[in-house]
Design a protein around this ligand. Sequence first.
Ligand SMILES: [Zn+2]
Length: 505
Amino acid sequence: MSRHLPVRSATAAGVAACLITATAAYAAGPGSAGIGDPYYPTYGNGGYDVRHYALDVTYAPATTKVSGVATITARATTDLSSFNLDLLLTATKVTVNGKTASIRKSDPHELVVTPATPVRSGSTMTIKVTYSGQPRGISYAGVASPWIGSGTEAMALGEPEIAAWWFPSNDHPRDKATFDLTFRVPKGLEAVGPGRLAAKTSTATQDVWKWSVTSPMATYLAFMSIGQFDLYRGTSGGRSYAVAIAKKVPSWAKGAAKADLMRTPEVINWEATQFGPYPFDSVGGVVPSMSFGYALETQTRPVYTYSFWGGGSNMSVVVHENAHQWFGDSVSVHNWKDIWLNEGFATYAEFLWGAKVGAGSVNETLADLYNQYPASYTNFWGVRLSDPGKRNEFNEAVYVRGGMTLAALRNRIGAGTVQRILKQWSAAHKNGNGTVAQFKALAERVSGENLDTFFANWLDVRKKPAETAENGLGNLPRVTGGERSRAADQIIANATRYAARGHAR
Ligand SMILES: [Zn+2]
């Protein structure tokens, strides 16, 4: 039969035979320009699955220019005549399997790569992209550049947007990959990234920092923080840690920030008792000298703005960002609308920590927050956690009402049952993705209870849940005056800062 048999004239059997014998040249088509996220249709791409990014990035403080070579190993999931990468900088050369590919931009965010020969479904391709540009000057689709700083203090950090501002990728949490990151900076500067410090070398003019991430990582969790840091490294419990505190962090925050971040291994060990084994091989934290208003759970090494320590010690934020290593980083959202699985869960970890350190039992904190947000506060209770809306993922309610949801579930079905659910969740979806619907199904399976109304009232209904046993609000303690929960106040204080991240900046 002809390999070019038109499908419309084929019999059913003929179509099957045609598909088996077709060459890639016949069947190959373009990969889609988005992965299918309803909030962000151009984010991510279709037609391939990235396995590994090897990034070699040079940052020039004098011009704030980033120049890079990205070597991307990916497996085609369909026969591809062309495919897209997400990149807002300018690509000057792309090769696929060593051969020069033709490139064009179909949109400032979409680099369309047409390989010299189509790529067969199931085959592995090596894509090498040479690119450059000034990330801080680029806004896209109403989003101001997430890039932070200039000169000798600069940072690639953000959620959901950052990757396209500094490297080409399939920029969506559904396509995770391992990373090797090489940062070339002028001599004397530190360049901190995620994962293990694999090597630090120098040339006549540059320091070269190499970081290695051996577990799959979502693209937004890759970061680069350049400046002058004191770097504290070691091992704890068989894991390497690296804590970086910028030399110019104001003295009123520096001591507390360092002391709290050095307790990260202890926090991880405690969280492992609550959520299951820590999913990664290294830990740490970064506090730059720039004030940027939020913290982000970059994989293995969260980055924190120093103002979290304006009131002295703030272990709650360290607990929150490291809880994300389980909820957000290892188990990532399937779509961005699933953000409650990240922020609600990390905030719930703050409830648990508060109880551990005597700042209020989980039920006291729940009761206190329930009282502090009156039903008339519709900006808060009107947010639908199961689908908060594009650019509303980091609303304060996603954090506070989100954490209250798990605390109320705990009050309803018991602490041990919730702990079992969280451990099973982090194990079943390790290094993968999850949806709110999948979590609800797991909670019902493990608890043996019908939780439809419970979850609807907490996650779907746009009003304050009534104080009923079914909503997990039965028999809450009275919290007035001196009985108020200090954990609740810390949760609110942190949430208002977290809510300033991303688009809000
Ligand atoms: Zn968070």
